[in-house]
Design a protein around this ligand. Structure first.
Ligand SMILES: NC(=O)C1=CN([C@@H]2O[C@H](COP(=O)(O)OP(=O)(O)OC[C@H]3O[C@@H](n4cnc5c(N)ncnc54)[C@H](O)[C@@H]3O)[C@@H](O)[C@H]2O)C=CC1
Ligand SMILES: Nc1nc(=O)c2c([nH]1)NC[C@@H]1CN(c3ccc(C(=O)N[C@@H](CCC(=O)O)C(=O)O)cc3)CN21
Length: 290
């Protein structure tokens, strides 16, 4: 193996301790993927509006039973009461899945209960009472279609500070994207603002172009012709699939720990958990798409 192979090069260093994401419905997919995922890998369980508490807990339990570390999501605006928050955390603690959580605002325009944002959930002090030690929050290198940049920055600095004030460990996971330029710029700005928490850069797993574009449109992620061409797909060929090879190599090449701090990767799998796990293994092995 050449010494500059991705297995030992900068892209491989970024891949170390990557995390994955699944939904409550992905338990069978997790079983299929388990053999190719390193034990101890963090697996986030999303908080989708079309799934219930029992499904989310069952998924977190399955993650644990396969030897991975569950990171269940809590969606502030979707929680109807403090009792519901506590019920969820208790159920997670019972299956050994409450040590790490990811707290997100939640897409409902009006909160369904007492929490308007992630900060209010963090500030309840309830998390640590149920055994939580690490708390992830989200970051937006390309901004958010419904929230202005000043609000996003103050939310992020307030959240990471509040997590530490509660005696917990913060981590930031970014919205997925197809362009490493805004990611590196945003990381430099984040560090300039004094946030030193580790950042997991959100990356889409390999998927059909049509599906990737659909999710990008839904969440306000940039897909200009120039960006997607650089990423490796064309807007006129919707039948193909695309993985983050180029994105990761470019990100690794541009990553300067002195400027961007500690960076890891988080893979959004969008229904392709097994394909993503296999892709990561192949990429780590020889740096090429399978
Ligand atoms: N990055 C990700 O992986 C995910 C992001 N989201 C969505 O991103 C948005 C922001 O979430 P966080 O960064 O955790 O924000 P946050 O909870 O830290 O809130 C930041 C600011 O945005 C406002 N805000 C939060 N959700 C909003 C909404 N749906 N509509 C209008 N204003 C809102 C809050 O009041 C607050 O002022 C939410 O809509 C959330 O559902 C949802 C799921 C996953
Ligand atoms: N603003 C915002 N809101 C979100 O809800 C959100 C983001 N950003 N960024 C990415 C994450 C990951 N999200 C998702 C959303 C859906 C599936 C999913 O698997 N949905 C389908 C099955 C897959 C499909 O057929 O496309 C489902 O079961 O509902 C996964 C992750 C939601 N997320």
């Amino acid at each position: 193996m050449p010494i500059d192979s991705p297995r030992t090069g900068p892209a491989a260093a970024l891949l170390r301790d990557f995390s994955l994401e699944m939904t409550g419905k992905d338990v069978p997919a997790l079983e299929e993927a388990a053999a190719v995922v390193p034990s101890g890998t963090r697996v986030n369980v999303t908080f989708l509006g079309n799934e219930d508490l029992a499904m989310r807990v069952a998924a977190a339990r399955a993650v644990r039973e396969h030897g991975f570390v569950p990171v269940p999501h809590l969606s502030a605006r979707r929680l109807r009461s403090q009792a519901e928050l506590e019920e969820f955390l208790e159920a997670l603690a019972e299956v050994g899945a409450a040590e790490h959580v990811f707290v997100v605002g939640g897409d409902p325009e009006t909160p369904e209960g007492p929490y308007e944002d992630s900060l209010s959930v963090i500030r309840t002090g309830v998390l640590q009472r149920h055994g939580v030690r690490g708390v992830g929050v989200s970051g937006y290198p390309e901004g958010h279609p419904g929230i202005d940049d000043a609000t996003l920055w103050s939310a992020l600095t307030d959240k990471t500070a509040a997590i530490r004030e509660q005696g917990l460990e913060p981590e930031v996971i970014t919205q997925f994207g197809f362009d490493k330029d805004p990611v590196l710029k945003w990381l430099a700005e984040l560090r300039r603002r004094g946030v030193d928490a580790p950042v997991r850069v959100g990356v889409p797993g390999p998927a059909g172009v049509k599906r990737l574009l659909g999710y990008a449109r839904r969440f306000g992620v940039g897909t200009s012709a120039g960006i997607v061409q650089k990423y490796g797909f064309s807007l006129t060929n919707l039948l193909g699939t695309a993985g983050p090879d180029r994105f990761l190599r470019d990100l690794a090449a541009g990553h300067d720990p002195a400027v961007h701090g500690r960076v890891l990767l988080h893979f959004y799998t969008f229904g392709g958990l097994r394909a993503t796990a296999e892709w990561i293994r192949e990429f780590g092995a020889d740096g090429r798409t399978p």
